[in-house]
Design a protein around this ligand. Structure first.
Ligand SMILES: [Zn+2]
Length: 309
């Protein structure tokens, strides 16, 4: 069954899928580089005798792979859509003794044995198209190449190392993952692979994330200030309440008295706001000194009361 004529799925394309599509649509000039690209796409392929089976997620990748198969190995084949729940992949199966020997040879050597220096990048492109993931930078920084076939793990590691990437390695349920998490490394790698649009999208999403984090920090900081001022107001109100309880409001001079009454009338206002309601208005630091004086007097009254008990 052919892929073509099937309606495109109307789902939001994530950055990983967009990146695989972008890489699949890049033009590759050299014959050796095209074969390397195809080799990367087949890194997780199952090889049984002369029959090779591999899967791809994106229709653009399938189109590129079928085109490369015709060019590199004169293979005419089609892709079969496979649906697993909401996830859809395309399985490509073909038979070619030359291709099977070439791929098996690569896995045995763990390295490309022919081609030019640009072939490594194209192989890595193919690896990403077949099994690359990239986390939405708003959620985290993680780029990973998945190699599902155990006999290709050394090959995958060597090919990434050949383009200057030293990824960390993790055993996953579906295979071996090679991943990088540093923002600069991810950007450099995407740029090296030729995923220019994805690099911009990645950087933009990261900026959005940084702005949002900053806004959250500012909001948290405001909440912290509010909590702080609420507990300061509480201390002032308790001092005034104790002065009243012990009948010692007379210890306050006129200005302190007016300040205490205003605080009782507006328990939620900050000192700065309270100062503006004084007549004449006084500064926040002026209010601070007055309030401290009131608290000091209340402390003295409390101490006296304790001594008497
Ligand atoms: Zn090449």
């Amino acid at each position: 069954m052919s892929v073509w004529g099937e309606p495109m799925e109307e789902t939001r394309i994530g950055i990983a899928s967009a990146c695989r599509r972008e890489l699949a649509e890049l033009a590759v000039k050299q014959k050796c580089c095209r074969r390397a690209l195809l080799g990367g796409m087949m890194i997780s392929a199952a090889v049984e005798g002369e029959t090779i089976t591999f899967t791809l997620d994106e229709p653009e990748a399938v189109e590129a792979a079928l085109h490369l198969l015709r060019q590199c190995w004169s293979v005419q084949t089609e892709a079969e859509p496979i649906r697993r729940g909401a996830h859809k992949t395309y399985q490509i199966t073909f038979t070619s003794r030359k291709a099977a020997n070439w791929l098996t040879g690569l896995r045995e050597h763990g390295m490309l044995t022919d081609g030019c220096s640009a072939c490594y990048i194209h192989f890595a492109q193919g690896m990403f198209i077949a099994g690359g993931t990239l986390t939405d930078p708003e959620k985290g920084l993680h780029l990973e190449f998945m190699v599902r076939d155990p006999s290709s793990v050394v090959l995958g590691a060597n090919m990434l190392s050949a383009i200057g990437i030293e990824p960390k390695c993790a055993v996953r349920t579906r295979g071996t993952g090679f991943y990088v998490k540093r923002s600069e490394t991810i950007e450099e790698l995407l740029a090296a692979l030729g995923a220019t649009k994805t690099v911009f999208e990645f950087i933009n999403a990261k900026i959005v994330r940084d702005i949002r984090n900053h806004e959250n920090r500012v909001a948290n900081c405001d909440a912290g200030n509010i909590r702080k001022s609420v507990s300061a107001n509480q201390k002032q109100l308790e001092a005034i309440a104790d002065l009243r309880r012990y009948g010692r409001m007379d210890r306050l001079d006129d200005e302190q008295h007016r300040t205490a009454e205003l605080r009782e009338a507006y328990p939620e206002l900050s000192l700065g706001e309270l100062g503006l309601r004084m007549s004449p208005p006084i500064s926040k630091s002026g209010m601070y000194h007055r309030m401290n004086k009131i608290i000091e007097i209340a402390d003295a009254v409390r101490a006296e009361a304790e001594r008497k008990e």
